[in-house]
Design a binder for this molecule. Structure first.
Ligand SMILES: C[S@@+](CC[C@H](N)C(=O)[O-])C[C@H]1O[C@@H](n2cnc3c(N)ncnc32)[C@H](O)[C@@H]1O
Length: 271
């Protein structure tokens, strides 16, 4: 930890498995961690106390959560290492080389809105690392990221009866004007961690729940996603699911086959 000492009278901060999982996806030796939607600021506190980052900013759009964050930071004696900022997304933040950001526990539509505005203001630079945990509509987020962000890892995580998706991505630069529905540039299959097999084994998942797990809680009906774009996206997911089927343990083959059938049916619906 660079020059920051935690309050040694306090026991190490214990995080929920979800937050532990998020932290484990941070790149080694990140410089400054920006936690957008920090609420209690547990992530920046733990990251700093564990020496995973040099400093951090705890950011929230509402003052109540930010007060909570401040109180926690003060209680841990970390006010020199973690700043707090009242900001809607990155609006009040100037990003610097070495920064990495987390946006967790927020719906994909809001995350996309935050990213679009920051991109429009030219805040992202090539190599900028982002760790996301959308609460819903993961598919819409993947579509938004595809043209300009390289997905580093995608992880499924199961806790307390809920499935969480984590996506880490690196900004690769502007290619063209994009919008939430622009997915012409999808060329890469998502990189999905093998946790999905564990999820299926533990949950004895049905093909339908696997479909939900795979696609995220898609809530796209109210979005203006053109049918042909959605079909291309589904085709893409179908290839990815097909690849996963090839690598799946034999007892899971049937469920993957069934998922592929569901996806094929969805592709046809939009054909
Ligand atoms: C459910 S909490 C998640 C807290 C923490 N990130 C986690 O994963 O446990 C969501 C937080 O995001 C904040 N938030 C929502 N929209 C935001 C925005 N546009 N900019 C910054 N913070 C936002 C909310 O005020 C709330 O404190």
């Amino acid at each position: 930890m660079v020059g920051i000492k935690r309050n040694i009278d306090l026991p190490p901060l214990r995080l929920s498995p979800r937050l532990e999982c998020l932290l484990s996806l941070l790149p080694p030796a990140a410089g400054r961690l920006i936690d957008i939607g920090c609420d209690h600021a547990l992530l920046p506190i733990a990251a700093l106390e564990r020496g995973m980052v040099g400093s951090a900013l705890a950011v929230d759009v509402r003052s109540r959560p930010l007060d909570r964050a401040r109180a926690n930071i003060l209680a841990r004696g970390l006010e020199q290492g973690i700043g707090t900022v009242l900001s809607d997304g990155f609006d009040e933040i100037d990003l610097q080389p070495g920064d990495a950001a987390i946006i967790a526990g927020i719906g994909a539509a809001v995350i996309v809105d935050i990213l679009r505005r920051a991109r429009k203001s030219g805040k992202f630079f090539p190599g900028f690392f982002l760790l996301l945990q959308p609460t819903r509509s993961t598919a819409a987020l993947r579509m938004y990221l595809a043209p300009e962000w390289e997905t580093v890892a995608e992880k499924f995580f199961f806790q307390g009866g809920r499935l969480y998706n984590f996506i880490s991505a690196i900004y690769r630069g502007r290619s063209k004007e994009i919008s939430i529905i622009h997915n012409d540039n999808i060329t890469k299959l998502p990189v999905v961690s093998a946790d999905i097999y564990e999820y299926i084994a533990k949950r004895k998942a049905s093909p339908a729940s696997l479909y939900t797990a795979w696609m995220g809680e898609c809530n796209l009906r109210d979005r203006e996603i053109a049918s042909d774009q959605w079909r291309r996206y589904l085709q893409h997911q179908l290839s990815a699911a097909g690849e996963f089927m090839l690598g799946a343990p034999s007892e899971q083959q049937e469920i993957w086959r069934e998922l592929c059938r569901i996806l094929e049916g969805e592709v046809k619906k939009h054909g």
